[in-house]
Design a protein around this ligand. Structure first.
Ligand SMILES: [Zn+2]
Length: 125
């Protein structure tokens, strides 16, 4: 059961790692390239600074890379081995799936990276 205070709740709902109230991203949009990845400078609810240091989110690229490789392998093996599609068809579907999933993985990796470095503080404490 996911509830506030649990790390997974904040990551899945893309909430501030410190309070699980304020949104990390300015827009909920996934497929608007200009607005998709813009995050607030600080939490709108508690003021937690999201810009921990210059270039902080470069580290999220490592997480995004790992997710992307894992998802690509999974999708390719699913279509090639399980569904028995040809190599070219499996690869084509992999590319399509990667393009569709890229915005989700990008936001997830930024959120996860921020949650790795900021701890949750219960509002009453
Ligand atoms: Zn907050």
């Amino acid at each position: 059961m996911l509830q506030k205070g649990k790390k997974l709740y904040g990551i899945i709902h893309q909430r501030c790692p410190a309070c699980h109230e304020g949104s990390i991203f300015e827009e909920a949009a996934y497929f608007d390239i200009k607005k998709m990845g813009k995050n607030h400078d600080a939490c709108p609810a508690c003021g937690q600074d999201y810009r921990i240091e210059p270039g902080f989110y470069w580290g999220a690229l490592y997480i995004a890379y790992g997710f992307s490789v894992f998802v690509s392998l999974f999708i390719f093996l699913l279509f090639f081995l399980i569904f028995g599609l040809s190599l070219n068809a499996s690869f084509f579907l992999l590319v399509i799936a990667d393009l569709i999933l890229a915005p989700f993985l990008y936001k997830l990796s930024k959120t996860l990276w921020l949650h790795l470095f900021v701890r949750y503080h219960h509002p009453s404490k």
